[in-house]
Design a protein around this ligand. Structure first.
Ligand code: ASP
Length: 329
């Protein structure tokens, strides 16, 4: 090795060592400033609600504010891509749902890999969806809704939060179950979608009970069915889709927390412990239960639990979506 090459090699090694030492020191003292959680949909919707409630409960353990940032677009994939590219220092996290497992099949050019570009923190909760319509739509049960959609196919609109959103997936299942294609209207999240449903600008929306329970109870929207195998205590009068005559409409929307790949292990460990502690918070547990949301067991609120679940969900949804022939370039 020439002298200049030796000096260069030494310089590179010293810089790498300094970065490692600083990284380790930062990991020990983490967090020393506010932590942000990216929600890849509009504020006020179900994903936002989950992230805000969990983030707030994590503040106690982390000793720093946890701030939610809404980065909607492309069914959640824009916000997820942003976190995949963020500094892996634990200050920029992602809360996303089942979309993490459907995006690889839906998007031909996804700019991140759910299996390679994240550190997994853990699973959070599972929540069913409700099939809703504007309150003046002339149907009083699921059978009548299906008949109305079929009879008015050319003008009935179905809102969703973009390709890759849970509402999109549920809408696809609904159209398949009733063998009728409807005109879909994409929004930046289901908060603006439900506002338009209440205003009568769109006809039908499928959305998580996290966002719909209060609107159903207030009579602002008509609810026809729940995408679960049994009724919820929080919405006792709402039949399941199967009870209403539609088979194959069971769909639970799981949510999880991620950090960018390369986030130091001590930081990941702190986040896992803060998430687990947050999910034992009695106020949070009550608010989740009131909205029909079931918290995962602690063994799943872990990087290993999330990794296993995500892989099995990708394996489950990939073929279904490919068969349906739905994708974005
Ligand atoms: N519930 C939405 C979805 O359809 C997203 C949201 O606004 O949280 O995926």
């Amino acid at each position: 090795m020439t002298d200049s090459l030796k000096r260069f090699a030494f310089g590179v090694a010293a810089t790498a060592l300094t970065a490692l030492t600083i990284g380790a020191a930062n990991a020990q003292t983490y967090p020393t400033k506010p932590v942000s959680i990216v929600v890849p949909f509009a504020a006020g919707g179900p994903t936002d609600t989950v992230a805000r409630q969990v983030g707030q409960a994590m503040e106690k353990t982390l000793g720093q504010p946890v701030v939610v940032e809404n980065k909607p677009g492309a069914g959640g994939t824009l916000g997820a891509a942003e976190v995949a590219r963020a500094q892996p220092d634990g200050y920029r996290l992602l809360v996303w749902h089942i979309g993490m497992s459907t995006a690889p099949a839906l998007y031909r050019r996804l700019s991140f890999d759910p299996l390679k570009d994240f550190e997994y923190i853990g699973l959070i909760n599972d929540v069913p969806m409700t099939i809703l319509a504007r309150s003046d739509l002339p149907a009083k049960d699921l059978k009548e809704l299906v008949a109305y959609a079929k009879a008015n196919q050319s003008k009935v609109t179905l809102a969703n939060a973009g390709l890759g959103a849970a509402s999109h997936l549920c809408g696809l299942m609904f159209q398949q179950a009733i063998a009728t294609d409807l005109t879909t209207v994409p929004y930046k999240g289901t908060a603006p979608a439900i506002t338009d449903l209440i205003g009568g600008q769109v006809d039908i929306l499928c959305d998580q009970t996290t966002n719909t329970t209060q609107q159903i109870k207030a009579g602002k929207v008509k609810a026809f069915a729940l995408t679960a195998s049994k009724r919820l205590d929080s919405l006792k009068d709402l039949p399941t889709a199967a009870e209403g005559g539609l088979q194959g409409m069971e769909l639970g929307i799981w949510h999880a927390m991620y950090a960018p790949k390369g986030t130091p292990k001590p930081v990941v460990d702190k986040l896992v412990s803060a998430l687990q502690t947050a999910l034992t918070n009695p106020d949070l547990q009550k608010r989740f239960a009131d909205l029909g949301s079931v918290i995962y067991p602690v063994s799943m609120q872990t990087p290993e639990g999330l990794a296993k679940h995500l892989k099995s969900e990708i394996d489950k949804w990939g073929p279904v979506i490919k068969k349906a022939g739905v994708y974005a370039d």
